[in-house]
Ligand binder design. Structure first.
Ligand SMILES: [Zn+2]
Ligand SMILES: [Zn+2]
Length: 181
């Protein structure tokens, strides 16, 4: 029998979830995985509301699964990094956009163009590599592979900068390049 969201992973999380296509979010206790060797854990400070979230919540694209925690314009503070993490450290401002994984093998993934990967794993409403569901940023914290996390500039306000993680971003690397120029 499939595990319930609360039983999937050892780390407790809290968010706001849609339970059906009515368009209403309600409090939701779920779980996230431990910080794996390439992962970064982030305390979420802000998350933008994108119209895609509304499409997903209302099942307007026809493939929504519930309960669903939306949110893919995530900005927060790094709370934990694992041994293989290179570019982040605890206390950094960090951000996550619409995807948290790819196949890591195709031509697009190996060129850093994961947004073109046919097996892109979106930040929520998708199935992660370990077979569990992804939950988005309308929640208190998130864990993701470092490759899909970008450093957020100290010079940009976290609240008003959050929407850049979707509308301003076409894949992970270009946003970082933009911010470092
Ligand atoms: Zn790929
Ligand atoms: Zn969006």
């Amino acid at each position: 029998m499939a595990k319930s969201p609360q039983e999937e992973h050892p780390q407790k999380a809290f968010g706001w979830a849609a339970r059906d296509s009515a368009g209403i979010l309600s409090p939701f206790n779920f779980s996230r995985r431990n910080t794996g060797p390439k992962d970064v854990s982030i305390k979420i400070m802000y998350c933008g509301v994108c119209h895609s979230d509304i499409h997903f919540v209302r099942n307007e694209w026809g493939f929504s699964e519930y309960p669903m925690v939306p949110g893919h314009e995530i900005v927060g503070i790094v709370t934990e990094v694992s041994s293989e993490v290179k570019k982040m450290t605890v206390g950094d401002k960090a951000a996550i956009g619409c995807m948290v994984g790819g196949c890591d093998k195709c031509d697009d993934c190996t060129k850093g163009l994961e947004s073109y990967c046919r097996d892109t794993i979106l930040t929520y409403n998708y199935i992660y590599h370990d077979g569990t569901r992804t939950y988005g940023g309308y929640s208190d914290w998130i864990v993701a592979e470092e490759h899909y996390v970008v450093k957020f500039p100290d010079t940009l306000p976290m609240d008003s900068g959050a929407p850049l993680l979707c509308a301003g971003n076409h894949c992970v690397q270009p946003l970082e390049v933009l911010w470092t120029q």
